[in-house]
Write a protein that binds this ligand. Structure first.
Ligand SMILES: Nc1ncnc2c1ncn2[C@@H]1O[C@H](COP(=O)(O)OP(=O)(O)O)[C@@H](O)[C@H]1O
Ligand SMILES: [Mg+2]
Length: 436
């Protein structure tokens, strides 16, 4: 979740407490996962003093939230607090209100991907782009970075997370209302979805808009392959989002919908095949040197010790260069293992907290056939050929069903293909072997 938003939330909760600069620093750095020692070093304060400031902050926050807050559980308590809050809160749109969007400064690598987005959206003026990939791989950060760097190219940049699964009517009405308000235009919005979409496309033609729909998978159906076929995979009440994607490429305009998601929507595949105005980007893990920077930022100091460097590389490969997993692991190594990589590695506790949650979420969305194929791959612990999978996955009835399932798993970024066969990330293999 966006740290700047959480920081503002805490400041709002503690507004009667008149936080000073040090309070704000400790709050910000703690939300970024920094240790007290790192905070003290970066602002040249005494470690005990910073720790004290932290204790006081958590006590005050505990009182406001009504739950015990500690430095360790800060993020999870705030996330729970905001998601409870969300149930009643109306849909909020942000237009270039970067205060509510992720902090984009610490982004390593992704230059190629960022340039692709610029090429497609700014120069080719395409209308629809999807950024796909596993949870934690960096989709939101990349979309935010693109939007931030290129905001001046657009009349409106609107950011909307579909986490709260708003109805398509709500999303479009809020967007159109927002644009109209900014232009001081009075409008009456229709009730009918086709009419709302029509009005929305009218504004896309009038103004150059970038509409970012983050967490698009929230409105897609889980377990779509139970009958083994490739179906339209929007949740019943969210089919309108599919209709929206299909409609916006039918009109001539310079606006763009940029969506991010853990899964590729089924109609997106055919749209990108048939239209030159639709592009997609599937993010894979960061490379070793980019991951090393993430690990260092969390407080693991770079050394010339080759065995330590080798262990870091092992860690990076294990988590497939997933920045979120590496951030969590590196912070845990600093906080609980005193920075000792070897001790962490030998503890064999590698799937925990948010990493476990992330894998649980992805796993629970799989159909029986998909889980079965994932399991066959995980048991083998080595690349497997199509033929081999066919012989081993008993629940898959035909080769064509197997291919469909593999395609779906690929669209969810859960498997990859190399010259020897189909593969999974080592941490995914361990997760499945421990789950099944
Ligand atoms: N290229 C990157 N460099 C540094 N940190 C990154 C990078 N990509 C992602 N992160 C960090 O990893 C975490 C997950 O990224 P996020 O964009 O939220 O992933 P996703 O949207 O794919 O689930 C965030 O804390 C983010 O700041
Ligand atoms: Mg995201």
């Amino acid at each position: 979740m966006d740290k700047t938003y959480l920081e503002q939330l805490c400041q709002e909760l503690l507004k009667t407490e008149k936080l000073n600069d040090t309070d704000n620093l400790v709050l910000r750095f703690s939300l970024q996962g920094k240790t007290y020692q790192q905070i003290a070093t970066s602002c040249s304060y005494d470690n005990d003093y910073i720790r004290d400031v932290g204790y006081r902050l958590w006590r005050k926050l505990s009182k406001q939230i009504g739950t015990k807050v500690t430095k360790k559980n800060l993020l999870s308590v705030l996330q729970r607090y905001t998601s409870e809050d969300r149930l009643e809160s109306p849909l909020t749109l942000s237009s270039i209100d970067w205060g509510t969007i992720v902090e984009t400064n610490d982004m390593y690598g992704r230059n190629l991907e960022l340039n692709n987005l610029k090429q497609w959206i700014l120069r080719s003026r395409c209308n629809l782009v999807g950024i796909f990939g596993m949870g934690g791989i960096g989709k939101t950060l990349l979309a935010a970075r693109f939007a931030k760097e290129c905001q001046t190219e657009f009349d409106f940049v609107i950011w909307l997370s579909l986490n709260k699964t708003p109805a398509i009517e709500t999303t479009l009405t809020a967007t159109v209302n927002y644009i109209a308000q900014q232009q001081a235009i009075k409008i009456t919005l229709p009730q009918d979805l086709n009419e709302i979409i029509r009005q929305f496309t009218y504004y896309l033609r009038q103004f150059r808009c970038l509409l970012i729909l983050d967490n698009f998978e929230s409105i897609l159906r889980a377990k779509k392959f139970d009958n083994g076929s490739w179906e339209h995979n929007y949740r019943k009440e969210y089919q309108g989002y599919g209709q929206l994607l299909e409609t916006i490429i039918d009109y001539h305009h310079d606006s763009c919908i940029l969506l991010t998601g853990r899964e590729i929507p089924s109609n997106f595949v055919s749209l990108s095949r048939n239209s030159p105005l639709v592009y997609s980007l599937t993010l894979s893990g960061l490379n070793i040197s980019e991951c090393q920077k993430i690990i260092q930022l969390a407080g693991i100091i770079k050394t010339s010790d080759t065995s330590k460097e080798r262990l870091i590389e092992k860690l990076i490969n294990y988590y497939g260069g997933n920045p979120l997993a590496l951030k969590i692991v590196a912070t845990t190594i600093v906080d609980l293992f005193n920075g000792d990589l070897e001790e962490f590695w030998h503890s064999e506790v590698r799937l925990f907290g948010e990493i476990q949650d992330l894998l649980d979420q992805q796993w629970q969305r799989l159909s029986d056939a998909e889980q079965d194929v994932m399991y066959c791959l995980a048991v083998a612990r080595a690349p497997i050929s199509l033929k081999n999978l066919e012989d081993n996955c008993l629940s898959v009835s035909s080769r064509s069903q197997l291919v469909t399932v593999l395609q779906s798993l690929k669209h969810r970024s859960l498997i990859a293909r190399n010259i020897k066969g189909f593969t999974q990330q080592p941490f995914v293999i361990d997760y499945i072997n421990a789950t099944k």
